[in-house]
Design a binder for this molecule. Sequence first.
Ligand SMILES: N[C@@H](CCC(=O)N[C@@H](CS)C(=O)NCC(=O)O)C(=O)O
Length: 225
Amino acid sequence: MVLKLYSSTISTSAQRVVCVLAEKQIPFEVVEVDILKSENKEPAYKEMQPWGLLPVLEEENGFRLYESRAICRYIAEKYADRGTQLIPVPTDLEARGLFEQGLAIEAGTTDPCVFAALNEKLFKPVKYGATCDDELYNVLLKRVELVLDVYEIILSKQKYIGGNQYTLADIYHLPNGFALQAHCGEQVFLSPKRPNVARWWTEITERDAWKLVGDLNKQGVHTFE
Ligand SMILES: N[C@@H](CCC(=O)N[C@@H](CS)C(=O)NCC(=O)O)C(=O)O
């Protein structure tokens, strides 16, 4: 048996985990949970994830974990010696400091802005059948642009958002940032106004792991032979 991931093809949080599993080359099985049929709100699912959200990771011994970033960190640490190294070594305190800084920026500043814009334009209409408030969306998008203006400064001095090594901090940006680009048609991560952000975004979206995420997030067992 392999690791199980309770997931959905439309879950951006699950895509974060799938990208890490692909970077680490860890076989896993996707168990599709239908959000549109509210399967995630059924008691059996909420037994695993009390908020009824996706994804959930389940080990062969029954151990379960939710919160996509916690799952990613668990996988990256458990399989530290496999695939791409996604966390700087503990002995390099400065690299670890920059890595933690990158994680904090993504979770505390960037993702809340990107998610708010995505929610207005994409999730609100799809999930609740509500209309996007265009004026609000433009304000939210402007906030994303202001965050990325600062990213331009950061990324003119270091290669990645968590220092000079590609890490979990970069991966965490991918699903929601990419959804803003692919589903809302926004090119903010690729704007020529911010060449260092565009350089960074192009590099991380062109990695094989991210390119595989769409396929690997589908129901079934995935191997890397
Ligand atoms: N902070 C959580 C967020 C999880 C989350 O919001 N998942 C969404 C899919 S991306 C979900 O399950 N939505 C279903 C719902 O709200 O009913 C994580 O990172 O795992």
